[in-house]
Every structure is written in C-alpha cells, then in structure tokens.
Design a protein around this ligand. Structure first.
Ligand code: ADP
Length: 463
C-alpha cells in the first residue's frame, strides 16, 4: 500500500509537471507568434513611411498599389532587407535611414498598442515588461511604453544593458535585421509567468492533494485499527490463559480433596474429612471470587449500570475491607494503617459496589507489593464530597503503564504471566463504578517506589 501510494503520488506529480510544461510550451508559442506579429506590423509601418518619404522627396505622387505584394519599387540604395520573403517581399530601399535609425524611430505608443492588441488576441492577460534595445546605444531606449530620457548616459546603472532585468528576458525578437546585421531587439518577460502557469493546474493539484490525503488518512486509520485489534486480541488471549490458570488450580485441588475423602482410610477419620471439606470450601470461595471478578466485566459493559443508592459510611467499608486484607498483608510481613480524617464520612452510594472498589484497590496494593507491604488509607472531605486514597510501597509502574491501567484487560507485562494473578479487570471496573457514582479516580505511581489511587465520590448523587 505504501509503495502504491508513493507510486500514485509520483505519477500525479509527473502529470502535473507535464501539464505545466505543456502549458508553458503553449504559452511560449503564443508569445512568439505575438512578437512576430508585432515585428511584422512595425516593419510594415516603417516600410510605408519610408516609401511615402521617398516619393515626397522625389516630388512625385505615390503609386497606390506600391505596397501590394509583387510590386517592388526598385529605388534608393539601402534599407530593410526582410528575412521573411513570404510576408515582406517588398524590398524597400531607401536612402534616408539606415537600420539603426529605423529602430530608433519606433513610436513608443504604437509599439505599446501593438503589443497590447497582440497579447489580448492571444488571451495572454498577465502583466509583462518589455523594452527595445539598441546596439548603437548599447542601451534600452524604450521601456514599458516610455522612452528612456537618459539614453546613452552609461553612468546610470539602469542604462547599463547587462544590468537591466530585461537583459534576462525570456523572449527576444530582433527588429529591422537582415542576414548580416541586427540593430536591436524587442525583449519581453512575464514576472508572474510561473505563478500563472501553475494557477492553471491549481484545481487539479489541490484536488489530487485532497484525494491523496484522504487515501493516506484511510490508510493510516486502517493500520491503526489493525494494530489496535491485534493488541486487543493479544490481551484477550492473555485473559483466557489467565482465567484457565486461575480456575484450574482450585478445580484440581477440589478434585484431589474429594478423592482423598472418598479413600477408605480418610472417610473414617472425621477430623481429616473436616480438613478436606474445609479445603473444598476455601477453594470454592476462591473460585466464586474469580467468577465475581469476571462478572464485574459484564457490569462494566452494561450501558446503564443500575446502582442502589443508600447512605453509606465509607469508614465502615474501609475498616471491613482492611480487616479482610490484613491477613494477606501480615503474611508478607507488612501492615495496613488508616487515617480516617473525613469528618463527614457518610455519602450516598451503592454499598456493594463501593465495597468492591475499596477491595479492588486494597487487593492490588497487596498484590503488587512483593515484600513488607505498607498500605496506607486516608479519607478526607473536600467540597461536594469525599476522597479516599489507598497508597502502597509496591512495584509501582511507569508513565506509559499508568495511562493504560484503567483499560479493560490491561495488565502490565512483568515477563512472567502468572507471577501476580489477575484478569486486568479490577481497575476498569473501579473506574466504571466511580464514574457511575459521578466521581473520579486518579492514579499516581513511580516505578519501584509505589502507587497511590485516589477516588472522589460526591456526597449526594443527584445534586
Ligand atoms: P489485575 O487483575 O491485573 O490486578 P487491575 O485492573 O486491577 O487488574 O490492574 C491493572 C494493572 O495495573 C495490573 O496488572 C498492574 O500491572 C497495575 N496495577 C494496579 N494496581 C497497582 C498497584 N497498586 N501497584 C502497581 N501496579 C498496579
């Protein structure tokens, strides 16, 4: 796809440049024709003038057909020898003006009007600059419809032909030239030619940029979706692996315990039977807990989570959860401390879900602190409600992980998948529930130092 996009881009670029080049060729042709026509007109005018003067000088009336093709008055000595015999076959020979003089006799206004008319007839309606250069003066003596007053004064830099921008003009046509001598030329250039040519293809250019951009956007979006889907599928595979593992252990233990009870040696011994039944119950509870966690996922997916709001004392919930978690924490050589500072700990909330939120946070704090957990719980009243924070001194996480932990199924990769058990659902459940309570959750963490989760629940739900 990338290759074909580059290909399409290159082809489009090629076509646009080709179109501009073609336009330019067309433009050049038109300008050349226009200049040739101007040249013809000026030459014809001058021929007429010379002829008229010649007859005036002789004192004889001018023959009315003198300028018709084929009629060639063979008079005089030197003058214009047109190089284009098809249109200028009148070889006028006048003794009055030489080629340089003819050139310098060009009328600025006539030239200007000829140029204007020719440009208009070729539909070239962009600004142009022109000048007539004389070899004799080595200078431009007409510029853009005006005579140059200081012609010949080479102390003025504008009169130094090579410095004049017209010297670099793209179009030049010699005037009153013959095979051996050219007294000067008419130069013309279009300062905005490039812009004009590109403006002709602007529509195509912009639309092709827009369409290529669209394709590029769709391409990028498709890639993003593929990568995203791949991640989700990896996460789901992880989840299934985890779940299988989590259920396999209690199932195996229960099966082992029930087999043991059935063995004749054990079945007689009440104490042993009790012990094994105890194990079965314990494992059963563990499975129930896992099932509940998976069910939490269904809760998150529900569009409208149904909550039963009651007046709940958060301190009671925290104390109960702390008592439950304490055993595990103590077995790791740690402790749970609480600063229940909120003066008004009663909030409107769903007791069961609130307890689940606190349990999830305490569970995580214990799970992700491998040694001597020092878990600290704090509550505080802030305007509008109440916050509680669960802080630990565990493994913490980096900034990238911190951004992701509230995503469903997300688990920080530790390398060993089953190192710490979990489905990656706890925090997404916490977030969904807190939001259903119109509150917010904030996570802070530093890799290797610990984490802190703060939750805000408003005092009243429909305030
Ligand atoms: P899990 O079932 O994996 O614990 P959670 O949604 O509760 O799922 O947490 C998501 C991930 O966030 C965890 O896998 C873990 O990497 C990270 N995490 C959550 N709580 C903590 C904590 N207190 N300390 C460090 N990492 C944590």
């Amino acid at each position: 796809m990338t290759l074909s996009l580059i290909g399409v881009g290159a082809i489009q670029y090629y076509w646009v440049v080709k179109a501009v080049n073609l336009d330019e060729k067309n433009f050049n042709d038109k300008v050349t024709i226009a200049l040739n026509n101007v040249k013809k007109k000026i030459t014809t005018d001058t021929e007429k003038l010379m002829e008229q003067r010649y007859y005036e000088n002789l004192g004889i009336p001018q023959p009315s057909v003198s300028l018709s093709p084929g009629v060639q008055p063979e008079i005089g000595t030197v003058g214009i020898n047109q190089t284009d015999p098809a249109t200028h076959d009148i070889k006028l020979k006048s003794g009055y003006l030489n080629q340089d003089e003819l050139l310098e006799n060009i009328d600025k206004d006539v030239l200007d009007s000829y140029l204007k008319a020719e440009m208009a007839s070729k539909s070239i309606d962009i600004h142009y600059e022109y000048g007539v250069y004389s070899v004799e003066y080595n200078s431009y003596f007409i510029e853009n419809g005006s005579y140059i007053a200081t012609i010949g004064d080479t102390t003025k830099s504008s009169n130094i032909a090579a410095l004049n921008p017209l010297a670099k003009a793209e179009y030049k046509i010699p005037l009153f030239d013959n095979e051996s001598y050219s007294p000067g030329h008419l130069n013309i250039y279009f300062p905005n030619k490039k812009g004009f040519l590109w403006s002709n293809v602007l529509g195509i250019l912009i639309s092709s940029i827009i369409f290529t951009g669209l394709i590029l956007f769709c391409f990028a979006y498709t890639i993003w979706v593929i990568v995203h889907q791949k991640k989700i599928s990896e996460i789901k595979t992880d989840f299934i692996n985890n779940m299988t593992h989590e259920f396999k252990t209690p199932i195996a233990t229960i099966s082992l315990a029930s087999d043991s009870i059935l063995s004749p040696v054990i079945i007689e011994n009440k104490d042993k039977v009790k012990r094994f039944v105890g194990i079965i119950q314990q494992e059963n509870k563990r499975m129930l807990k896992q099932v509940e966690k998976v069910l939490q996922m269904a809760q998150i997916d529900k569009e409208n989570i149904e909550l039963k709001f009651n007046q709940i004392n958060i301190h009671d919930i925290i104390q109960d959860a702390a008592v439950n978690a304490e055993l595990k924490v103590q077995s790791k050589g740690g402790k749970i401390t609480a600063s229940l500072l909120a003066t008004d700990p009663v909030i409107e909330a769903d007791g069961i879900h609130l307890a689940s939120i606190v349990n999830n946070l305490l569970d995580n704090a214990e799970k992700y602190t491998p040694e001597h957990p020092d878990i600290y719980i704090e509550t505080a009243n802030i305007p509008g409600g109440l916050t509680f924070t669960v802080k630990d001194n565990g493994i913490g996480m980096n900034k990238d992980a911190l951004k992701m932990i509230f995503e469903k199924f997300y688990r920080v990769h530790t390398g060993n998948l089953h190192d710490v058990k979990g489905f990656g659902l706890g925090l997404s459940y916490v977030k969904a529930m807190v939001e259903a309570h119109h509150g917010w959750v904030k996570a802070e963490s530093e890799l290797g130092k610990g984490s802190a989760f703060t939750i805000f629940i408003p005092k009243k739900q429909n305030a």
